[in-house]
Design a binder for this molecule. Sequence first.
Ligand code: NAD
Ligand code: ZN
Length: 344
Amino acid sequence: MKAVQYRRVGDQPEVVEVDVPEPGPGQILLEVDAAGVCHSDIAVMSWPEESFPYSLPMTLGHEGVGTVSALGPGTYSCSVGDRMAVYGPQGCGRCHMCSQGKENYCDYADQLGIRPPGLGAPGAMAEYMLVNRERHLVPLGDLDPVEAAPLTDAGLTPYHAIKKSLPKLVGGSRAVVIGTGGLGHVAVQLLRALSPAEVIAVDVSEQKLELAHRIGAHRTVISDESAPDRIRELTNGFGAEVVLDCVGNSATTTIAAKCTRAESDLTVVGIGGGAVPVGFGTTPFEVSVSAPYWGSRSELIEVLELARAGAVRVHVDSFGLDETPEVYERFHRGEIPGRAVIVP
Ligand code: NAD
Ligand code: ZN
């Protein structure tokens, strides 16, 4: 089968021929329907050799949807032909976190060498992929697989981040979303679906802001040095109750910190290496700063239900497997609004 692999540190990903994996006990073989292209892949492919954490070659793709093609020995509640979304941040399944469905915060995943598909384990950018446990699958039902694949990360991650801030998103509140790309454009829709907050979208790209506005952002602000002042003006001079930074570099964490107000939540979802200095006199009183990772299995079920209800819809551009290396280049140049999805 064909697979898109990152093969050597510093090289471009390549389309290669690999064997179709055989499902062992408890494993499920999916015929991949769609795989999302995430900025985290670009981050991974920029990491230096000395500290590169995964073994190579590695099949990319941590946003996957597929149809059950074969089942290893064992008993299952799914059957061949069922369409499933893959829950990526897999854990041990037994620790306190995993017992709550929060496998993204498993205490033992690292120690046990459990890696998400596409981020250490073979991922979804291939004709077939193996899933190790049935609990890492969520039935997709009648959702469109191409639009649904990004929900497993670009939907789940902002959903998890926003859900914990919902008590602050009351009538008259404001939420700022910095970076309205794959994750951010879903974040805007989630904020609109889940809260009465006024949503302010911030991006360097007019095209991304235009999309953000079209899908529900009340206000848009170009991301430059004047952005904090502009956002302050739009928030009566106070700042926003919730700031979601979907870029996370030093430029955006600086803007994000300047948009906070007393008791606000500043959530850094992007992994751009920026940091937020917190302290008395540095940030407004009682600002909560967090940097969450992905989301829980139950939250993935909730995100899929929101999509089923029509509350969120990922703006997708689909491409064939052979086009993937070029898609990464275009994505890196910021040329793909919404999410690029690979359809093997
Ligand atoms: P994306 O490239 O689709 O979107 C990023 C957006 O940020 C683009 O619209 C871009 O124009 C905009 N941008 C770039 N620089 C900016 C700046 N200085 N100010 C404002 N906007 C700016 O990327 P994505 O796939 O949505 O991923 C977003 C980030 O989230 C990445 O860092 C990714 O690695 C990270 N991520 C984190 C998690 C997690 O669990 N924490 C999960 C998935 C992705
Ligand atoms: Zn991702």
